[in-house]
Design a protein around this ligand. Structure first.
Ligand SMILES: N[C@@H](CCC(=O)N[C@@H](CS)C(=O)NCC(=O)O)C(=O)O
Length: 208
């Protein structure tokens, strides 16, 4: 099994952390989406990461599809999403909000770097979406006393949230005022202290 992509991507990182927590042996090709686009294309014509190449050569695309496969491999007792019902829907909702936040933070980077004149309308929309998701997540996290979102055990929602907030902070310093989100910062600090998070980490350096 090969994980393609750099850990400075919040989506690659969430998969890398899940692989570490599941103790699934794999190779890692830290290819860059732009510099190594043609190498990625040999596995995934979208040239996007994460891409997970299975031992039979099948390339899984999109972190959600990849984690769906890994969850199936480890079985429901170890999977990092609840198996069914309201807890599963709640976890999927938080994961989607955190992934959406990360998506908007990535979009904002591309807008700034790839356009001679970034769209003020799009950039402001991304900033508003990020700010409002962060506000909602902070309020919901502050209402919970458990170490992780759904209790004593870490799940995919916790991982996505920590990866999203770390990326947003590195890609857009100052965009999120950390002083206003103490519950989320404590949540992220708890996750980032875990060995899997320490091992699967690459600082995102914003392009000039
Ligand atoms: N929804 C996708 C998002 C993946 C994503 O946005 N990957 C970025 C890197 S952070 C990428 O491949 N960008 C290059 C491109 O979109 O062409 C997932 O969850 O895997």
């Amino acid at each position: 099994m090969i994980l393609i992509g750099q850990y400075d991507s919040p989506f690659v990182r969430r998969v890398g952390i899940a692989l570490a927590l599941y103790e699934i042996a794999h190779d890692h090709y830290p290819w860059s989406t732009f510099a190594d686009g043609e190498r990625i294309a040999a596995y995934n014509p979208l040239r996007r990461v994460p891409t997970l190449v299975l031992d039979d050569g099948t390339a899984l695309i999109d972190s959600n599809a990849i984690l769906d496969h890994l969850d199936e491999q480890v079985g429901p007792a170890r999977a990092l999403f609840p198996a069914a019902g309201p807890p599963r829907r709640a976890a999927l909702r938080i994961t989607a909000l955190a992934a959406g936040l990360a998506d908007k933070a990535v979009s904002l980077v591309y807008e700034r770097v790839l356009h001679a004149e970034p769209s003020a309308l799009w950039s402001e929309r991304c900033r508003t979406q990020i700010a409002e998701v962060v506000r909602l997540l902070e309020a919901e996290r502050a209402a919970r006393a458990t170490p992780y979102w759904q209790g004593e055990v870490i799940g995919h929602a916790d991982i996505m949230l920590a990866c999203a907030l770390r990326f947003a902070g590195e890609a857009h310093p100052g965009l999120i005022d950390q002083a206003t989100i103490p519950a989320l910062m404590a949540h992220c600090a708890r996750c980032e202290a875990l060995p899997a998070f320490v091992a699967v980490r690459q600082v995102f350096v914003p392009p000039a």
